[in-house]
Design a protein around this ligand. Structure first.
Ligand code: SF4
Ligand code: SF4
Length: 168
């Protein structure tokens, strides 16, 4: 099960119930994360793209408006508390992007491919149509949730889907 968070929730770190805040990659389950993380900020200091920011209670959160995740694991290496644990068999996280067609300019017949160009995974494909503007289609199976498409969208049409955490 996934839940899409609004842009304001995303940037302010407002989450509720069992919905998982967007922590740095390879974070342990959120309940355990809050026990282990001592808010030292080491992950934030080491992130080369500066996408780790301090959220509520000074706990780290990801802000894709600042850039993308490189999956370099510098944050994991910097974390001394075990709140971030890299398992090479598991992906960094289970998030994926989606496109809100109500907001997307291309869906309103305005030429735009701002999300397409930064996607190195080619998870976004431009669908060309005879006599019409090409529209972006996003394949959630190919998306690794790097967030590279998020900031370039001029109308905030990219949404980040965060799985609801089943067990903490
Ligand atoms: S993996 Fe690298 S780029 Fe991604 S959040 Fe951690 S330090 Fe930043
Ligand atoms: S989050 Fe990354 S992989 Fe997914 S569609 Fe956007 S740019 Fe592509």
């Amino acid at each position: 099960m996934t839940r899409t968070i609004s842009r304001s929730e995303f940037l302010q770190g407002r989450f509720s119930g069992k919905n998982r805040p967007l922590r740095p990659p390879w974070s342990v389950a959120d309940e355990r994360f809050l026990e282990l993380c001592n808010q030292c900020g080491d992950c934030k200091k080491h992130c080369p793209t500066r996408i780790i920011q301090s959220g509520r209670g000074n706990y780290p959160l990801i802000d894709f408006k600042r850039g993308e995740c490189l999956f370099c694991a510098e944050c994991v290496d910097a974390c001394q508390t075990g709140a971030l644990r890299r398992d090479t068999k598991s992906p960094a996280w289970s998030i994926s992007a989606s496109i809100d067609s109500e907001r997307c300019l291309a869906h309103k017949s305005i030429e735009c491919r701002a999300c397409f160009d930064p996607c190195e995974r080619r998870a976004i494909e431009m669908q060309y149509r005879v006599g019409a503007i090409a529209i972006p289609l996003l394949d959630a199976q190919l998306c690794n949730g790097c967030g590279a498409c998020y900031a370039p969208c001029p109308v905030d049409a990219i949404e980040i889907r965060i799985p609801v955490e089943v067990a903490a």
